[in-house]
Write a protein of this length. Structure first.
Length: 246
């Protein structure tokens, strides 16, 4: 699996874990790298509850199917941010059509969400003595969200460390990967077992659809998140399902 999977026993990480494809791969990446890993999820009034439900399914499956990681996987935390979610009035928290706003951003963008998530995660990490904050933000195949950019996260990392007198490291293992390469990273980290776990148990669909099982997993099949996930899966399969040398 390469140097990325060489565990540093003394390091402690907190993964921002939604139960989706990206955060599930980030969790595996953190478990293959850090000696102790905890997870945090955020209830910000999502328009469906499936995302929060699938978090526990994925965590349970990882504990059961990856014994080499089970001992490193620590406590899961869920923080209530519904008051924040209500402020944005976006398609992520309200029943409305998916469209582009007058700012040129998709209306699934919750203003400041990643900034708030990481700030809350850092406060939790401070209490739990966790130095590394791991998130699935990505500039390569993303939906136009400005708070997914690495420059944004580097500025926030600096602010968190100054404001909390800490030495946090914000890790974004997917930052420069396409969605196809994210599938390849999952294969590098956990083989076919992890790929199948993510296909079956992770949840990405903005509409919360779980009934239909497509070749790329569950979802409505026509929201922006499903489109991106399906496109990445099919590109990866068409390329012969290559790894990325993780």
């Amino acid at each position: 699996m390469g140097p990325m999977s060489e565990v540093i026993p003394q390091t402690r990480a907190l993964v921002l874990f939604s139960g989706g494809q990206d955060s599930s791969v980030c969790l595996a990446w953190a478990l293959a790298r850090h000696g102790h890993v905890e997870t945090v999820g955020f209830d910000y009034g999502q328009r469906h509850s499936v995302e929060m439900e699938q978090r526990s399914v994925v965590l349970g499956a990882i504990r059961a199917r990856f014994p080499q990681w089970a001992d490193r996987l620590g406590e899961d935390h869920v923080l209530d941010l519904r008051g924040f979610g209500a402020v944005g009035e976006t398609a992520m928290t309200e029943e409305r059509a998916f469209e582009v706003t007058e700012k040129g951003l998709p209306n699934t963008f919750v203003p400041g969400r990643n900034l708030v998530f990481l700030t809350y995660a850092a406060a939790l990490a401070d209490r739990r003595k966790l130095q590394f904050l791991v998130g699935g933000m990505c500039e390569t195949d993303f939906s136009g969200y400005p708070d997914c950019r690495r420059d944004t996260l580097e500025a926030l990392e600096k602010a968190l460390n100054m404001g909390m007198a800490q030495d946090f490291v914000v890790e974004t293992p997917l930052m420069w990967l396409t969605k196809a390469q994210t599938w390849g990273l999952a294969q590098d980290l956990g083989g076919e077992e992890l790929v199948q776990l993510i296909l079956e148990d992770s949840h990405t669909c903005y509409r919360g659809a779980r009934g239909d099982r497509h070749d790329w997993g569950h979802g409505c099949g026509d929201c922006p998140a499903c489109d991106l996930r399906a496109k990445g899966w099919r590109e990866w399969v068409a390329a012969g399902r290559p790894g990325i040398g993780a």
